[in-house]
Design a protein around this ligand. Sequence first.
Ligand code: NAP
Ligand code: ZN
Length: 384
Amino acid sequence: MSAALDQFFMRRALKLAANGQGLVEPNPMVGCVIFREDGGDAGSEDSEENLKRIVGEGWHERYGGPHAEINALAAAGEAARGATMCATLEPCSHFGKTPPCVDAVIKAGIKRVVIATLDPFPKVNGEGLKKLNEAGIETTVGVLESRARELNAPYWTRLEKKRPWTIAKWAMTLDGKIATRVGSSYWISCEESRARVHEWRERVDAILIGSRTAMEDDPRLTVRLPDGREPRRTPTRIVLDSGGALSVFSELALTIRDAPLMLVFGPDSPKEKKEFWESKGAEVLSLDAPEREHRVILLLEELANRGMTNLLVEGGGEVLGSFFDLELIDEVRVFVCPKLVGGKDAVAPVGGVGRELMRKAATLRGKKIEAIGTDVLITGRVDY
Ligand SMILES: NC(=O)c1ccc[n+]([C@@H]2O[C@H](COP(=O)([O-])OP(=O)(O)OC[C@H]3O[C@@H](n4cnc5c(N)ncnc54)[C@H](OP(=O)(O)O)[C@@H]3O)[C@@H](O)[C@H]2O)c1
Ligand SMILES: [Zn+2]
């Protein structure tokens, strides 16, 4: 047993797990590497040498499909006997869409299991570990735990905070505007940036906008992939539309057959509107809470109850301001575009009340800066 080897293979398992991002939810992303501990230099930092120890690996590829451990065991076959399994999450012990992984691990004759974190899912949470130990399998828990938790932050957020992970996306001019003073915003970003947004949309459960963006931009919010491929996931389109103002001639309304549409009404929206939209095939979520912010919280709770793990908020400024003030933006993806439009009345990306002091500014962790077409893309997770 070598801590250096455990970490080496856990890093690899975490990378494999990430391939499932956006395709496995509401399940967590999980990666798994099965390796032999015998032979070679046990403390080797040499990746070439270490890679030769691998007998099988895999990840959870899509919701409903086999779990990572099962894919890795299938790849290893008989070579799994006496080998060590490195899994980014505790193997499951319950019957879900598939039979429990711990049974397969035990049957395959795995000698030791290295786990990054326990599974917070109530039916597992320590049970998988217990079963492995009862079967006489040695276990090591907590290897690269914080990295594993960071990878599956959306999954943990849904289970622990009872809301989806919220990703705020906007494209702004160099002078920090998301539209001109009269609301013109097509197009701020370049074609490559816009194509990237469609790839993101394919990997979330829902996309949310405010009623003004719905009216001024008249977007479809459907997934149109640059290579013309059929999207693997169709996110629900959500409009925060307190008064039921969305037009029946809007693109959102005209594309109800292509992707689900949910309208979030407040207490003052007319009852006939709800009935009308429902007859058109939209879902209307009528929330009685008089405050808009309260309605946001209720909505997110409802989305989490439905198993929605990732929510992409595409604006506009007022909606993003509400989310920011409530500290509900978990991640940002921002295109900065080399254009200037000026205007003190032109909309800025994040409105709301905002912070008073610069030293209280929210900051980014895991920040990445990328040149894309003519734009610069800045992404990161928000620390409040
Ligand atoms: N460049 C970009 O990336 C981008 C992206 C999106 C939008 N835009 C631009 O942004 C402009 C619209 O932004 P905006 O700030 O004026 O409006 P917005 O944020 O799109 O919509 C604001 C409206 O949403 C409704 N709403 C419902 N619940 C809310 C809540 N909890 N918090 C905030 N609003 C809530 C409110 O009206 P009701 O209560 O009456 O429903 C509110 O007036 C457009 O010009 C659009 O072109 C640009
Ligand atoms: Zn499993």
